[in-house]
Ligand binder design. Structure first.
Ligand code: 26R
Length: 823
């Protein structure tokens, strides 16, 4: 597979320019003289996409020629971010593109990059992790397909109006998105509802089959995922739901035009919108429909590809390893069983063996409200055949448990897929755990807590099944693209290979006392801060000083992530300055960003709270430039790229035991930010690697939190023991940050002073102490810069390349595959 036409494949600036010119004319119907910035963005994107195709097709050809196991990464979310710049980097033609757009009179490539709409097909950490993993898989030359949903509307865009979050629909497809290739010929048929019936087959054997009452068609839309400077180009295959018929001709013929269109609308609703919840399971019918829809299409696609290649379905697990990104795709266990038994007529044992040797499950949360459970009535009405199969899986499993624990009814209740307490429900984490050969957590502490707290009975039953793979992030996007100035400094200092071998950054340790180098290092940071300051001014009207300490907390807004702890600390600093008690406070810019789930009242109030504080602090002349507070609206991947390179201090302050891993923490550390954080998630491993002396630790440990909870925790004792805390709270109560309205923030205050479910009060004093330590170190730039350098130098472990290598070796048993192109 090779297409040698230089206009489509050449990678010098002339070829890129010619490719753009051709696309302007033939694909966009424009002349270079009248092309808008958007036209040029489209033309460059098409020209770059052309250059991916040789690699993309050669990658598919390579696996056909030399069959080997492929990773199927199943995820309801892929938060891939902007594509153009990443593809330029991975192809190695950024400079050439810069020159080509220059010939159209564009003075900087960045103007073109700004036009790109990012597909927000994820909520946060889980979706972004899936995107980093796809990029690392391709860069490590591992054959892989990501399977997911092509939501027409991704995560909402966030506006801030009068300090409140306002949600606006995200129309990422509106101008035409150039990176996807629809493949309608590879569409799949999916059923819902109806009933199960028994029948006797040709051989006189009793069988079951599913007679669905509704159908939808999944149309694959493929996005090429190119590896860094390799020919391997993997695929992200996202399914769009279409109606089976353009409309119901029977209904139409009897004059019911509206009814005829209704079913079409219902089918197409399936892939309409991403659920914007991050942490609370609403248990909605449409969400289960989405899950079954994309899982069924994906498994059918995998089976079909075996058939096309003449491979026996029996050998499924030698050709596919299916990773479940959380429980969202856990229905795969039942769906694969259904396809193998009902369609391919396998015996139960054989089908079960194939399923359990193919499927593995990653858990991403311990929060009880985020553990998916489906009400039995809802489940049986939508997936009746799957429920039969789940009952059978459960029956056989519980028999195994009985043999192991004779007469122990309690353990049967605890392990059963069916939750019998209260409203009967299907527990998806149990289905996933029983159907998987491995269950992994996403950071050492988290994996340990899965075994100790979440599923102790399962862990005792199958100790070998449970393992840890600490998360990672791709250095291409999160250093290479996000921080070009640091990247070129690293290229010069340790050589260009750091971007695929982050352990090489260890060499930077030798520079820890080289003040000349530390100066260069800190200059890259200052330049990132200048750019962000400009952006902040344009977006919010707030002027910030790039030489002040940029203290940043960007992530979904959640009580367990404790943005309110940070906000209260800001109030304490404000009071210190106001009261003139501490003249030693270094100028600081405290930046927040993140979306709240639209139905999460407390999270939305936290946003209003931060903005209330910002309004007062930023308008107070007494602050005299020493304190600024900014809430950056609409935090997304693109904005993240601007933020990580511009941060001095990374806030990772969740209640210990609550944040499964965190991945933002890793992006900050790589870019030379220091962390102020708790012993939670991957913070623990970051601290271990960068050195405890280069990390601002505070707060209760996970076991101390458990102890507090068990011993009637009372936040009031902490409030009365900390004067700065009680004064900060009092100022909020009297309405100082709400124009005198003493009601507005009452729910927040009542939660904190009442039950304080996330131990904000218990950690406040120690947090303030750690912030004082931050302040002290900041005033010694040489020391700060040395600590920051050592964070970059020692964060190589948190590359997603390392994580993916671990998955390949210990869970997937897959190997790289070299892809050659003949031109
Ligand atoms: C059930 C549904 C409403 C739902 C629950 C929870 C949807 C989405 C979530 C988000 C969870 C699963 C999530 O994003 N977890 C995050 O995964 C990251 C990647 O592993 C971790 O870094 C992060 O700590 C964790 O919160």
């Amino acid at each position: 597979g090779c297409y040698a036409d230089p206009i489509k494949a050449g990678i010098d600036a002339d070829a890129v320019f010619d490719g753009m010119t051709e696309h302007l004319f033939f694909s966009l119907g424009k002349l270079a003289t009248t092309a808008s910035l958007r036209d040029l963005y489209m033309a460059l994107s098409y020209a770059v996409r052309d250059r991916l195709m040789t690699r993309y097709l050669a990658s598919q050809e390579a696996i056909r020629a030399k069959p080997q196991k492929t990773v199927a990464y199943l995820s309801a979310e892929f938060l891939i971010g902007p594509q153009l710049n990443n593809n330029l980097l991975n192809l190695g033609i950024t400079k050439e593109a810069e020159e080509a757009v220059g010939r159209f009179g564009i003075e900087s490539l960045s103007h073109i990059l700004e036009v790109e709409e990012e597909p927000g097909l994820g909520n946060g950490g889980l979706g972004r992790l899936a995107a980093c993993y796809m990029e690392s898989l391709a860069s490590l030359q591992v054959p892989a397909i990501g399977y997911g949903i092509r939501y027409e509307f991704g995560i909402f865009n966030q506006l801030i109006r009068d300090g409140w979050q306002v949600e606006v629909t995200d129309k990422w497809l509106k101008g035409g998105w150039p990176w996807e290739l629809p493949q309608p010929d590879e569409s799949c048929f999916v059923g819902f509802g109806g009933r199960t019936e028994s029948y006797v087959d040709e051989k006189g054997k009793y069988r079951s089959r599913w007679i669905p009452s509704e159908h939808a068609i999944g149309v694959p839309h493929d996005i090429p995922i190119l590896g860094y400077r390799v020919n391997n180009c993997d695929r992200l295959r996202l399914w769009r739901a279409d109606a089976t018929e353009s409309f119901d001709f029977y209904a139409f013929n009897i004059g019911d035009y509206y009814g005829a269109v209704e079913e079409k609308v219902a089918s197409e609703t399936i892939s309409k919108v991403l659920y914007p919840n991050d942490g609370t399971d609403e248990g909605r019918r449409l969400r289960l429909k989405q899950q079954h829809f994309f899982v069924s299409c994906s498994l059918q696609d995998m089976l079909r590809s075996l058939e096309k290649r003449g491979i026996e379905v029996e050998d499924f697990s030698e050709h596919w390893t299916v990773q479940l990104n959380d429980t969202h795709p856990a229905i795969a266990v039942a769906e694969l069983m259904r396809l193998l038994i009902d369609h391919y007529h396998f015996e139960w044992e054989k089908a079960w063996h194939i399923t359990t040797s193919s499927v593995a499950y990653t858990n991403h949360t311990l929060l009880p409200e985020a553990l998916e459970k489906w009400d039995l009535d809802l489940f049986s009405s939508l997936l009746p055949r799957h429920l039969d199969l789940i009952y059978e899986i459960n029956k056989r499993f519980l028999q195994q448990v009985r043999l192991r624990y004779p007469g122990n009814d309690l353990i049967l209740r605890k392990l059963s897929i069916i939750d019998e307490d209260g409203c009967k429900a299907v527990r998806m984490a149990h289905l996933a755990t029983i159907g998987a050969h491995h269950v992994n957590g996403v950071a050492a502490l988290h994996s340990d807590l899965i075994k100790r707290q979440l599923m102790p009975e399962f862990a005792e039953l199958w100790p070998e099944k449970f393992t840890n793979i600490t998360n990672g992030v791709t250095p291409r996007r999160w250093v290479g693209l996000a921080n070009p100035e640091l990247s070129s400094l690293l290229d010069k200092e340790v050589g260009k290979d750091w971007i695929t071998n982050m352990e090489l950054l260890k060499k930077l340790e030798q520079k820890e006392n080289d003040s000349g180098f530390l100066e260069l290092f800190s200059k890259t940071k200052l330049s990132g801060k200048r750019k962000l300051a400009g952006y902040i001014h344009r977006q919010t009207g707030v002027l910030v000083d790039p030489s002040s300490l940029f203290d940043v907390q960007v992530k979904r807004i959640h009580q367990y992530k404790r943005q309110h702890l940070n906000a209260l600390q800001v109030i304490a600093q404000y009071l210190r300055i106001k009261n003139g008690v501490d003249q030693d406070i270094a100028p600081r810019t405290v930046i927040f960003g993140g979306k709240a789930a639209p139905g999460y009242f407390m999270a939305k109030l936290m946003i209003r709270f931060i903005n209330g504080i910002a309004d007062v602090v930023n308008a107070d002349p007494d602050m005299d430039g020493r304190l600024r507070v900014v809430f950056l609206p609409d935090y997304n991947v693109k904005l993240g790229e601007q933020v990580y390179s511009a941060t001095d201090l990374s806030e990772q302050i969740s209640t210990a035991g609550k944040e499964a891993s965190g991945t933002g923490n890793m992006k900050f550390a790589m870019n030379g930010a220091l962390t102020i954080g708790t012993l939670d998630g991957a913070n623990i491993e970051i601290r271990d690697r960068v050195g405890s002396e280069n990390f601002f630790l505070f707060g209760k440990t996970e076991s101390e939190i458990v102890e507090l909870r068990e011993n009637q925790y009372d936040p009031k004792t902490y409030i009365s023991n900390c004067k700065e805390l009680s004064e900060a709270l009092r100022l909020v109560e009297v309405g100082h940050f709400s124009n005198g309205d003493s009601e507005l923030f009452l729910p927040l205050i009542n939660s904190l002073t009442g039950s304080d479910p996330f131990f904000v009060m218990a950690d406040f004093a120690d947090y303030l102490r750690a912030q004082d330590e931050v302040n002290k170190v900041w005033k010694n730039p040489q020391k700060w810069n040395r600590m920051a350098l050592l964070n970059t130098a020692r964060s190589g472990f948190f590359s997603s390349d390392r994580s993916i290598k671990e998955y390949c070796k210990s869970i997937w048993k897959v190997k790289p595959l070299d892809v050659e192109i003949s031109c």
